[in-house]
Design a protein around this ligand. Structure first.
Ligand code: DX5
Ligand code: ZN
Length: 216
């Protein structure tokens, strides 16, 4: 399968969000990564429903919504209403993860689980067949523009082995510090989707940068 690229709008110019979405529409990107931060689960606040709805109005690609919030169960249907195609919750924020995954599927969305750098992929074994994707955080969540954590490659390989041996169809998405220096090694280790924020939006030609990530 070809690698998918999901640009993260967190790194875009919010004063000109429509232009950022149109750039993604016209690019080879596969989806649009949306980072929701609540200032509780992570030490930062990003944006909420009005901004998500504004993005949805212009987006021609599926919205990949990454919830870095506590109590995500309270907001799942609101995110569906706002246009999410995939909803990913953090394992560390969900004491009843299986129930949360079921609730996402009942809404008709694809379900993902994200794990922080300290969380072992083995903890996913008992839900892996219920998932459409896993986000392996390759930075500590909360901010764009951080340095990629090298231990991620090993986690990708270990998760890939769990997915293959269990017959799961979950895709592996990598989020944080992705660039052309680590993209190939990530794909080689088993990654299916690369999220890229600052590497895309700080580039002189963001659309060409998306293509380069996909060419790898
Ligand atoms: C970090 C977010 C990421 C972030 C990635 O908490 O989940 O999606 O936007 O940004 P870069 O690619 O700049 O590390
Ligand atoms: Zn993210």
């Amino acid at each position: 399968m070809h690698i998918q690229v999901a640009p993260s709008v967190l790194a875009s110019d919010f004063g000109n969000l429509q232009a950022a979405i149109e750039m993604i529409n016209d690019s080879e990107a596969d989806s649009i990564h949306i980072d929701i931060m609540d200032g509780v689960f992570v030490p930062n606040i990003s944006f909420g429903f009005p901004v998500l709805e504004a993005i949805k109005k212009h987006a021609q690609k599926p919205l990949d919504v990454h919830l870095m919030i506590v109590n995500p169960d309270h907001y799942l249907s609101a995110f569906k209403e706002a246009g999410a195609e995939t909803i990913t919750v953090h394992m560390e924020a969900c004491p009843h993860l299986h129930r949360t995954i079921q609730a996402i599927h009942e809404l008709g969305c694809k379900a993902g689980v994200a794990i922080n750098p300290h969380t072992n992929v083995e903890l996913l074994r008992d839900v892996i067949r219920d998932l459409d994707q896993v986000i392996i955080m390759s930075v500590n969540p909360g901010f764009g523009g951080q340095k990629f954590i090298e231990h991620t490659y090993e986690k990708v390989r270990n998760l890939k082995a769990i997915i293959t041996s269990s017959g799961s169809e979950a895709l592996i998405e990598i989020d944080g510090g992705v660039n052309l220096d680590n993209a190939y090694k990530l794909i080689d280790a088993g990654a299916d989707i690369l999220v890229a924020g600052s590497f895309v939006f700080n580039a002189e030609d963001p659309a060409a940068t998306i293509s380069q990530l996909k060419e790898h």
